[in-house]
Design a protein around this ligand. Structure first.
Ligand code: SAH
Length: 262
């Protein structure tokens, strides 16, 4: 039975068996792993995953695809959650989760931010994404790839570009190159922001105009004395600050707010 790929669900199905084998090798699934696949589609990754693990959970939005999966796989081995991964409460699965998927590229950024909320429940994640997005995720200060996505995700995860995947590995072929990224939650004991909403506000403001200095972009947050106290040159730009700098700024602001409340 043919399935017409739906653009609005970002459907690009993996067809290259060697790439599929490489992805499975990178995930390295073990029998008792608690794996959740986002967007199983026609099962390119689902099938080999099911060979390796006792049980698999998948989250799929497309009802036609859900019906196909229901036909092909036994409910004992595969639990299908027919819903939108963006709205899904991943904490309901418990702890030690391993999340994988060839993600729908049209929702990759919101989905990564959504999943960030559940980092305490997660052991690791392996995703196929647009290569350009992976470059931004692992981007380092002073490079053009470095931005809000880099800082906010690097705050939560250690990330690695595992390998690139050419467009021909999919049907239909996407217009862009892709890459596999591995994401491992950083230990809670490492650099921690007291107020993560504040961290996100500071990072967004700093990168809102990349070419402007911090003195300008962060003027609602920090004055000259504050920059001095933090030991940060206000003539720098957002791209010059490390994730640790941003956390330090957020914690400085949080402390000041707290002192005011007292
Ligand atoms: N894993 C398959 C399919 C990848 S295409 C393969 O590699 O071949 C992306 C898949 O994500 C599709 O099955 C699509 O229907 C599904 N999808 C798209 N948006 C989704 C969402 N918001 N929540 C869950 N699944 C979604």
């Amino acid at each position: 039975m043919r399935h017409n790929p739906r653009k609005r669900f970002g459907q690009n199905f993996l067809i290259d068996q060697q790439i599929i084998a490489q992805i499975i090798a990178a995930i390295y699934p073990k029998k008792n792993d608690r794996i959740i696949e986002i967007g199983p589609g026609l099962g390119a990754l689902t099938r080999p995953l099911l060979q390796a693990v006792n049980h698999l959970d998948v989250v799929e939005i497309d009802r036609d695809i859900v019906a196909r999966l229901n036909k092909e796989f036994s409910q004992e081995k595969l639990t299908i959650h027919a819903t939108d991964a963006l709205k899904f409460d991943f904490s309901a699965f418990g702890n030690n989760l391993r999340i994988v998927g060839n993600l729908p590229y049209n929702i990759s950024t919101p989905l990564l931010f959504h999943l960030s909320q559940f980092s305490e429940h997660i052991v690791d994640m392996h995703f196929m994404l647009q290569k350009e997005v992976v470059d931004r995720m692992v981007g380092m200060p002073t490079t053009s790839d470095y931005g809000r996505l880099s800082v906010m995700l690097q705050y939560r995860f250690d990330m690695e570009h595992v390998f690139s995947v050419p467009a021909e590995s999919f049907s239909p072929a996407p217009k862009v190159e892709s890459a596999i990224v591995q994401m491992i939650p950083r230990p809670k004991s490492s650099m921690h922001a007291q107020d993560e909403v504040l961290l996100s506000q500071v990072v967004s403001a700093a990168f809102s105009q990349r070419r402007k200095t911090l003195r300008n972009t962060l003027r609602d947050f920090l004055n000259t004395d504050d920059f001095c106290a933090l030991g940060i040159d206000s003539g720098l730009r957002a791209e010059n600050l490390s994730m640790e700098h941003f956390v330090a700024i957020a914690n400085f602001l949080e402390k000041r707010l707290e002192n005011r409340v007292k």
